[in-house]
Design a protein around this ligand. Structure first.
Ligand code: PLP
Length: 416
């Protein structure tokens, strides 16, 4: 019996009904935009492992940096000890982000980075003596993670708010203010409820895991204006959109407005190891300064600022400086537009949209997701449809012919 069949009795897979889930494909090796399976098949990867592998897999510059760090010091606790990879990374992230976003808190996953953002926004007020402002305004269709705190600010249905009533904290979740009715609803809500709110959280330009739904940059400017008007902390969750995915280094650049807190993860390490960062303004940081230990930020994951992750992230930032990632994202965007456009005429296709290096084909419905997945694998590609969408978020380094293989596979399976 293979390791896969033996281990199958013991692993519990993500987002899977284990009674019916098929055996996963045995991945043995990766390189660039390719996944090599144990049985000799090679798949072209359309997802870059949940949007992390921005530079493709196994980029030698990242591998070299991580290998050197592994020899020197794989890990050391962050409480009381400092290490150069983290201090250097914090300095570089602060330099990349607009003026006041200067304080970096490292964690080990996107969900936890969002939890920390919420904690900072709420505790900053408590530290200043403002009580009762503990709610975060979030938006339908949003996704911010799977921990209990973040589920509570996800889309109510996807976050299973009804099923987990009593367990999840309660936060308001309303439609994004994007056209007249939702703008009016948003404004009325804020006017009525702002005194209970600490923050507003949004995924800028694209709600990713909620269905790859795009919104125009005016929405972000509207949120910034409202946050300023009511004195709320504006959190941009760029865990999906950060590091070139939407065509600019960060999505908020396209709106010309900056948040008070930004959360980053996924492509932060170029998809090499788990690391996340919550970056806050000086003003928020200053709210934690006092003579009392009671106003300190009480958070500190065991593997906080893991040196391997920080070395990978520094190497990834080197690559953004030395290789033309944003130009590559623009080329991907143009190619996606050309090659996915013909899907518009295919039966069952509801919408085709793209932004930066994200291409989405939305279907009326997917009757049999398992069969569709298998059909895509038979085409030699790794694309994982979810709900009613097929999407591509390839490595920014993907070759034009590899991207054509991905778009061609989508067209072929849809054409039947
Ligand atoms: N926020 C956004 C926008 C995400 O896309 C994700 C993951 O998909 C998360 C948060 C959660 O990150 P993680 O899965 O690392 O906890």
């Amino acid at each position: 019996m293979s390791w896969l069949e033996t281990g199958w009795r013991h692993v519990w897979l993500p987002y899977a009904q284990m009674q019916t889930a098929p055996l996963p494909l045995p991945a043995m090796r990766t390189e660039g935009s390719r996944i090599f399976l144990e049985d000799g098949r090679v798949l072209i990867d359309g997802i870059a492992s949940w949007w992390t592998a921005a530079h493709g897999y196994n980029h030698p510059h990242i591998i070299g940096a991580v290998a050197a760090q592994l020899e020197r010091m794989p890990h050391v606790m962050f409480g009381g000890l400092g290490h150069e990879p983290a201090y250097q990374l914090a300095t570089r992230l602060a330099a990349l982000l607009p003026g006041a976003l200067n304080r970096v808190f490292f964690t080990d996953s996107g969900s936890v980075a969002v939890e920390v953002a919420i904690k900072i926004a709420v505790q900053a007020r408590l530290n200043r003596g403002e009580r009762g402002r503990t709610k975060v305004l979030a938006f339908t269709g949003g996704y911010h993670g799977d921990t209990l705190g973040t589920m509570a600010i996800c889309d109510p249905e996807e976050g299973m708010h009804a099923m987990f009533t009593g367990l999840l904290p309660e936060h308001p979740v309303i439609p994004l203010p994007r056209e007249a009715a939702s703008i009016a609803g948003f404004e009325a809500f804020l006017e009525r409820e702002h005194q209970s709110l600490a923050a507003i959280i949004v995924e800028p330009l694209v709600q990713g895991a909620g269905g790859m739904v795009l919104h125009p940059s005016e929405v972000l400017r509207r949120l910034r204006q409202a946050a300023d008007h009511y004195g709320l902390t504006l959190i941009f969750d760029e865990i999906f959109t950060g590091f070139g995915r939407t065509g600019t280094m960060f999505a908020f650049e396209q709106a010309g407005v900056a948040p008070d807190i930004i959360t980053l993860s996924k492509a932060l390490t170029g998809g090499t190891s788990p690391l996340a960062a919550t970056i806050a303004t000086d003003e928020l940081f200053d709210a934690f300064l006092s003579d009392s230990p009671m106003t300190a930020l009480m958070h500190g994951p065991t593997f906080m600022a893991n040196p391997l992750g920080c070395a990978a992230a520094n190497a990834s930032l080197d690559l953004f400086e030395t290789e033309p990632r944003l130009a590559q994202a623009a080329a991907i965007s143009a190619q996606l537009a050309r090659e996915l456009a013909p899907c518009r005429g295919l039966p069952g296709v509801k919408d085709v949209r793209m932004l930066g290096a994200i291409g989405v084909v939305e279907l009326e419905r997917i009757e049999n997701p398992a069969a569709l997945r298998q059909a895509l694998v038979r085409q030699g590609v790794w694309i994982r449809p979810f709900r009613n969408i097929l999407y591509l978020t390839p490595a920014l380094t993907i070759a034009a012919d590899e991207l054509s293989a991905l778009t061609g596979a989508i067209r072929a399976v849809l054409a039947g």
